[in-house]
Design a binder for this molecule. Structure first.
Ligand code: G3P
Ligand code: CA
Length: 241
């Protein structure tokens, strides 16, 4: 059995504030294979790593990131909400975020709302296509990156595509992503048979399912509880020897 690759969701978001350089560094430190992060763009066109549409939940500011200038965003504190230990942590500019992990970790870039060409231009500076893949919940953004960056691998969720057939034909996906609620051994096998890699997004510490994912030979786990998953995986791999 081969080890399942770990995708650290928003960086190691249980030990550092999500989508910050600190969370990316923690993910690298725990040996994540990939870091997942979200991209948005300021009113003056600067790309940032942030999940929500507004800065309210994860910074000391308020408002829509798309309506704020980079001067305003750069002044925000994106760490104190998580813990005083991270006070002063910035909302990372995508360019800085990538430069901190270049050569240390591969990436899963989820584009929430941004000009795709601007994102792709930074990603091409980060590394080769085998070091990254893309995803988006926006059909327009997915259409755009299929057109302008066909060389980059694309993740598509079962609940977004609707079916494996749609994921293959319409979305032209490379990675097929399940949820805890829709994954089965059979569905994983069917996707693999169609030549797709498989991934699950799982934000709970479901150790029983973790063990099954290793046995089912899912390719990637996109998750919060990376250390726990690694421990379960080691047990399953040892028992299989
Ligand atoms: O692949 C999608 C997954 O990364 C979920 O991301 O932005 O809903 O936390 P998000
Ligand atoms: Ca995301």
């Amino acid at each position: 059995m081969k080890p399942v690759l770990v995708v650290s969701h928003r960086g190691d978001n249980l030990s550092a504030p999500e989508n910050t350089i600190a969370s990316a560094q923690k993910a690298v430190a725990i040996g994540a294979d990939y870091i997942e992060f979200d991209v948005r763009q300021s009113a003056d066109g600067v790309l940032y790593v942030m999940h929500d549409e507004t800065v309210d939940r994860t910074t000391n500011g308020t408002g829509l990131i798309a309506e704020m200038t980079s001067d305003e965003i750069d002044r925000l504190d994106a760490g104190s909400w998580f813990s005083p230990d991270f006070s002063g942590e910035k909302v990372p500019r995508l360019e800085d975020f990538l430069s901190h992990i270049k050569g240390l970790c591969k990436i899963y870039c989820e584009i929430k709302e941004a000009h795709v060409a601007d994102v792709v231009s930074l990603l091409r500076g980060f590394g080769s296509p085998d070091e990254m893949f893309l995803g988006s919940f926006s059909p327009e953004i997915r259409q755009e990156y299929r057109t302008i960056a066909p060389e980059l691998r694309r993740n598509i969720q079962l609940h977004v595509a609707g079916s494996l057939e749609q994921a293959v034909h319409h979305e032209q996906g490379h990675i097929f992503e399940f949820l805890e609620t829709n994954i089965t051994r059979e569905a994983v096998q069917a996707a693999k048979k169609r030549g797709l890699e498989t991934m699950i997004f799982i934000d709970t510490p479901n150790t029983e399912l973790f063990a099954e994912l290793v046995r089912w030979q899912v390719d990637y786990v996109n998750l919060d509880h990376a250390a726990l998953f690694r421990a379960v995986q080691q047990e399953v791999l040892l028992a299989a020897q």
